[in-house]
Ligand binder design. Sequence first.
Ligand SMILES: [Mg+2]
Length: 373
Amino acid sequence: MRITAITTTPVEIRYRPEYEADKRFYPKPPAQTNVIVEIHTDEGIVGIGEAAHAPGIYGENAGGTIAAIDYISPALIGLDPLGITAANMAIDRLSPVGNIAAKAGLDIALHDLAGKIMGVPVYQLLGGRVHDGVKSHITPATYEGTLTDLESLIGQGYRAFKQKMSGDLDYDVPLIEGLLDAVPEDVVLSLDVNQGWSVNETMKVISVLERRPRFPSNVILEQPIDGADIAGAARIRNATRVPLMLDDGIRTVADLGRILAAQAADIVSLKISRVGGIQRCLQMIKMAEAANVDYIVDEINEMRVANTAVAHLALASRRPLYTGVACHLLLVSDISTGGGVRIVNGEAVVDDAPGLGIEGLDLSGLIPEVVHA
Ligand SMILES: [Mg+2]
C-alpha cells in the first residue's frame, strides 16, 4: 500500500457565546480555525488528522499550515503508510524547525491510517491501553459567570479545571480567591496564566495562596511567566510548595531537556499539537518519566479529531496526572459525525474502533479542500 495524496480542509467554528467575554491574557479570536488533514492511499483507506492553532501564543495559523503541508507532501507521496517513523523523518528533513501544527496534523493522520490498516485503535500503536479512563480538565468561561459554570461542570463529574488568568492582578487575585472558596479540595485547579505575569507578580500571588487559612494543595500554577525564562521558573519553583507547571515554552525536545536539566518544573504540560505530533509527544512523555517529573497530556484549541488523538495517547501513558480533551466542547458545533473521544464522569474514554475511531466528518459548507499531490 502507498500514500497517494494529502488533502487539507480549513474548518472555522465559533466559540460558545459565554467564551466571548473571555478575559484570558493572550488574544483569542471568536472562532477557532483548524485544518483537517486527510492522507489517502491507493487502496482507498484514508487517515484523518487535525492541525490545531493558537495564533495568539504560537503564531501559526491555518494559512501557514496549508502552505507547509503543500511543501511537505511530495516527500510523503509514495511512502508505505505503516512507516510512521520514516514518514516523520521525511517531514523533519524538509522542515527541521517550525510548522508544528502541520507536522502534528500529518502525524495524527498517519496514526489514524496505520490503525485502520492494521485494524487496531491508535492506543495499540503506542504500546497499548494502560487506563480505562483518564481524568480530563475543562476550561470554565472567564467571565462573571465563572463560578456558576464551575459548579455545573463539577455536577457533570469534572474533577480538574484550567482557569485562564487575565494577566492583571487586580482582576486575577479576587477571581482566584473566589475559585478557592468554591472548588472542593479533591478537584484540581490549574491557574493558567499563559505567560501573563512577571516573576514578582507571581510571587505576590504565591503569598496570597500561602496565606490562606488552609494550604490549597489542589492548586497548580501554570506558566505564570514568559515560557523562555527557565531561570525565572526555577526561582518561582524554589520559592513555594505550590506546584509549578510549565507549558507554553515546550515546543521541542531541546526545550523540554533544558527545563528538566534546570529542575524548573514540578509538572510539564505535553501537547501533541504543540510539539509536532503523537510520536514526538510520546518521546517527551518518556523524557519526563525518566526525569521523575509529573506530566499532563494536554490540548490546544482542538476540535474532536485532535482531542481524540490526545485521549489515545493519555490512555497509553504510564502515569499522566490528568489529560485535556474537552476544548472541542467549548465550540458551538463539531465536524465529526460520530465516534472519537467521549468524556464520561469527567474522564476521557475511547472505544476500540480502528485508528482514532472517528466515524465520519461533515465538511460540507466549509471552504473547499486543497489537494496536495
Ligand atoms: Mg496552558
